[in-house]
Design a protein. Structure first.
Length: 386
């Protein structure tokens, strides 16, 4: 968890180069009291956290206080090499020491604006640190009861902040973002009453003045509810966006199907077009047979039939490496020529060459039949002859 402790700047002075130097007590031992909601225990109104000297003055804790960046107010995230230039206005020294129940460390502020703020009255220092909270209840060596122990304390930065609204309570959490967990002062806790410091908060446009602690609780509740509303709105926006995306995808899918249907419709011939297509094919085959009777047309496209006819009539060289337009033109010429002489018997007979017909094909047999007939003619006298 991320915590803050606040103290007043002590022993500040300007050096001859304008830098401001000071000493600061930035952490202490003992029990400090926190609101339960600040340390993740919403079921507890107050949580007493014990910082034993063994943890505060541990070597690693003391080392973590040296060469830490000084910031003007707490940053929203831990200071690191990635954001140091954005946040740092100075640095702590390495002469870290224990002073009673405190860790004491010197620091230097080198930014003129931050120095002016300090000299104008912004004179609280608040250490931002992380630690582990062990929620094991117990009792200190002096007999004080506690609910949890801070362990592994590591200083991240030291912030210059305005004086808190409740003096030592110094609730830097007013603008500390993630570094807003500051302890409630023990005198307030012992008295059991509320701080007389008040704060005005605005609820739905209405200004309300409350005791500081109550105002902080209310404000945190408002902030929490506001964050929940924002989360709900974000979820609603995302859901609507997802729905629109789904609808758009479905619309695109339907549009694609419609386009496919229209494309298929364009490819389907109506009855009249189909009849014409069949007639055109039949006419082409008839013309092809009229030009070259033995040309094969089965399984050929229209252009292939024309090419086959031209090749049959004019030879393969006539169609070799020729464009379809050329072949179509030659076919049309042959078709026109065939159409001009449809009734020429001799042309039709010799179109594909002369062929012998029936019994006349055997010349020798015909000659023998003729001789035999003449030889045997006396055996069949003509009726009525004397």
């Amino acid at each position: 968890m991320q915590f803050t402790d606040s103290v007043t700047v002590a022993g500040t002075r300007r050096r001859e180069d304008g830098y401001l130097v000071a000493d600061a007590r930035i952490a202490r031992t003992g029990i400090q009291t926190y609101l339960g909601i600040e340390v993740g225990k919403s079921d507890m109104s107050l949580v007493k956290v014990y910082r034993p000297g063994t943890e505060v003055f541990a070597d690693e804790t003391m080392k973590s206080a040296a060469h830490r960046p000084v910031t003007n107010d707490h940053p929203s995230a831990p200071v690191s090499s990635k954001n140091w230039k954005e946040h740092a206005v100075g640095q702590t020294g390495d002469e870290v020491s224990g002073e009673g129940i405190f860790i004491r460390v010197p620091l230097m502020v080198s930014d003129e604006t931050a120095i002016n703020d300090i000299e104008a009255g912004k004179q609280e220092l608040s250490a931002g640190y992380t630690c582990d909270l062990d929620f094991t209840a117990g009792t200190t060596p002096t007999g004080e009861a506690y609910d949890a122990i801070q362990k592994n304390i590591r200083i991240n930065h030291v912030a210059i902040v305005q004086r808190g609204r409740a003096r030592p309570q110094v609730r830097i959490g007013d603008g500390a973002y993630a570094w807003g967990i500051a302890p409630i002062t023990s005198d307030e806790e012992m008295k059991g009453n509320r701080s007389m410091t008040t704060r005005t908060i605005t609820v739905d446009g209405l200004s309300v003045e409350l005791a500081d602690k109550d105002a902080q609780i209310v404000q945190r509740t408002i902030d929490k509810l506001t964050a929940q509303v924002a989360d709900i709105e974000a979820l609603k926006t995302k859901t609507e966006a997802d729905l629109l995306k789904t609808v758009a995808a479905k619309d695109a899918e339907i549009a694609k199907k419609d386009a496919e249907i229209d494309d298929l419709k364009g490819k389907v011939l109506d009855t009249a077009a189909l009849d014409k297509r069949v007639q055109d094919r039949a006419d082409l085959i008839t013309t092809a047979k009229a030009i070259a009777r033995d040309v094969k047309t089965e399984g050929l496209t229209d252009s292939a039939i024309r090419k086959a006819v031209v090749a049959a009539k004019l030879g393969d060289e006539a169609v070799k490496d020729k464009a379809d337009a050329y072949i179509d033109a030659r076919f049309d010429i042959l078709a026109e020529d065939a159409a001009k002489n449809p009734g020429d018997p001799f042309r039709n007979v010799v179109a594909d060459g002369l062929k012998p017909n029936g019994a006349a094909a055997d010349v020798n047999k015909a000659h023998a039949d003729m001789v035999t007939g003449m030889t045997d003619a006396w055996k069949n006298p003509v009726k009525g002859a004397a």
